[in-house]
Design a protein around this ligand. Structure first.
Ligand SMILES: Cc1cc2nc3c(=O)[nH]c(=O)nc-3n(C[C@H](O)[C@H](O)[C@H](O)COP(=O)(O)OP(=O)(O)OC[C@H]3O[C@@H](n4cnc5c(N)ncnc54)[C@H](O)[C@@H]3O)c2cc1C
Length: 452
């Protein structure tokens, strides 16, 4: 039977989207890939509906692509094989906040910031903070194992997923993981599904670990003449006894692109900056002095300090808008998110700059330096130079792997990076990944065409 007819017969037709204009929203994401149109989108409201859809898909042989809020940067939510997009953003309830056990049980479509704000009211904190936190879903974060600036201090999403309810292709529902912080009981299937990019199962409920609220943070922002000096200051900070919540590196080109946002005004000659956020800084002069000493070792042009919540929020707004501004200010942009061992940051920065120069491209390089995670954005307004994107990206990945790094620190592989997987993984590892995919989804119908 035709997919659309089947869906309309089995579900409330109002939850089945089929007209091309509305489907446009499901044909793209923030990766710049596509558009890839599905036959239909299904707006799920309950785990039972997810089960039923995946049972029908297996019986009728159509592909299903889970989708959160479509902010993914590697094309994970794009229906490259057509079929049905399973929109999870309607399942967004907080089911429980357990203050005594410091955990929350939620549906996967909840916006990450909504969860953060809700648990804060209970004197608890959910740390993962992707720059997209007000527009992305927790389910998407778990599927991509999302990071963010504060991953440096608190770790990435994986560290906060205690357990989940998940449904596999065919409609089998699993309860995985636990509510306790510790647990060594059988294979860690929760860990396997975290970061699996919606290719093994669909999450319908998530059990998330929370921690106590942190003290008020302050920010020190140091500007340097060039990116290499800023990168060296990062290395000095990393080997000191100071432990920031976030340690971000921003290159001169990115600084220029965000100038003016919320009054952000870097020195005109700045070629790089470090943003260092520290808990308790407003009440600790000795800590501020120690931090300033370390940063001054790199001979900064200027140091700014933000000690009250609104000044900190303004700086974070500017930092979080780097990617958006680079996109708005250029006709063409391609962004990657490599990660290298921390000690290799200065070498990575130098080599990435050289790649951009060789290919006649501008580059905005910024990111979570504390984790060695750099967002490398090649941008241009020139049709000719745009043709060099593919070569520049390939050289970027070869360089990254040589430095002991990885293709993606937090955005995942999706469709954008899958052709480079063999650069990083040996053939036996890739065979094992294929075998895992086959065990969970033997018909290759759940988010096909991704990662492998
Ligand atoms: C401006 C901007 C800044 C960003 N900054 C960061 C950052 O700092 N750190 C970071 O890590 N990422 C960042 N991202 C990338 C993106 O926001 C994250 O990857 C996010 O986790 C995606 O969530 P989403 O709800 O939009 O998921 P989608 O894009 O809808 O989907 C992403 C993947 O998750 C799968 N998926 C979604 N829901 C489910 C579910 N319920 N069950 C199973 N699989 C599911 C999809 O199939 C897909 O493979 C940024 C993106 C933008 C646009």
């Amino acid at each position: 039977m035709d997919i659309i007819e089947l869906l309309r017969r089995e579900f409330n037709p109002r939850q089945v989207i089929v007209d091309e204009t509305s489907l446009t929203a499901y044909a793209t994401d923030e990766s710049g890939e596509g558009p890839y149109y599905p036959r239909a989108a299904f707006l799920a409201q309950s785990p039972l509906e997810v089960e039923k859809l995946l049972r029908l898909a297996s019986m009728e042989g159509f592909a299903v692509t889970p989708r959160g809020l479509g902010t993914g940067k590697s094309g994970g939510a794009l229906p490259v094989c057509g079929g049905v997009v399973l929109a999870m953003d309607g399942m967004k309830r907080i089911l429980e906040i357990d203050e005594d056990s410091s955990l929350a049980i939620v549906e996967p479509g909840i916006i990450t910031q909504t969860l953060q704000q809700a648990v804060w009211e209970h004197r608890l904190f959910y740390p993962p903070d992707p720059a997209s936190l007000d527009t992305c879903s927790l389910g998407g974060n778990v599927a991509e194992n999302a990071g963010g600036p504060r991953a440096f201090r608190y770790g990435v999403t994986r560290e906060y997923v205690l357990g989940m309810e998940a449904v596999t292709m065919g409609g089998k529902r699993f309860n995985l993981g636990r509510k306790s912080i510790k647990g060594v009981s059988g294979y860690d299937l929760t860990g396997l599904l975290t970061g699996s990019e919606g290719t093994l199962a669909v999450f319908t409920k998530l059990i998330m670990r929370l921690i106590p609220r942190h003290r008020e943070p302050g920010i020190v922002l140091a500007f340097y003449a060039d990116l290499a000096s800023a990168a060296r200051a990062v290395t000095a900070l990393l080997s000191s006894s100071v432990h920031p919540m976030a340690l971000e590196l921003i290159d001169g080109y990115s600084l220029k692109n965000i100038t003016g946002i919320e009054g952000f005004a870097p020195p005109a000659e700045a070629g790089g900056a470090i943003l260092c956020e520290m808990e308790g800084l407003p009440d600790d002069d000795a800590l501020l002095e120690r931090l300033a000493d370390i940063l001054e070792g790199g001979d900064p042009l200027h140091i700014d300090v933000a000690m009250d919540p609104s000044a900190c929020r303004r700086l974070w707004t500017a930092r979080r808008n780097v990617s958006t501004r680079l996109k708005e200010n250029h006709r063409y942009k391609i962004s990657e998110d490599i990660a290298v061992p921390r000690a290799a940051i200065p070498a990575a920065v130098a080599q990435v700059q050289e790649i951009a120069r060789r290919h006649g491209l501008h580059m905005g390089c910024y990111g979570h330096a504390g984790d060695g995670n750099l967002h490398v954005n090649f941008v241009t307004d020139d049709d000719g130079a745009r043709k060099n994107f593919a070569m520049a990206v390939e050289e970027l990945f070869v360089t990254t792997i040589r430095l002991g790094g990885t293709l993606s620190g937090e955005h995942g592989i999706g469709i954008s990076k899958k052709r480079f997987m063999a650069l990083e993984h040996d053939p036996n590892s890739l065979d094992m990944m294929h075998a895992i995919k086959k065990a969970w989804d033997p018909q290759n119908l759940l988010n096909p065409g991704k990662i492998l």
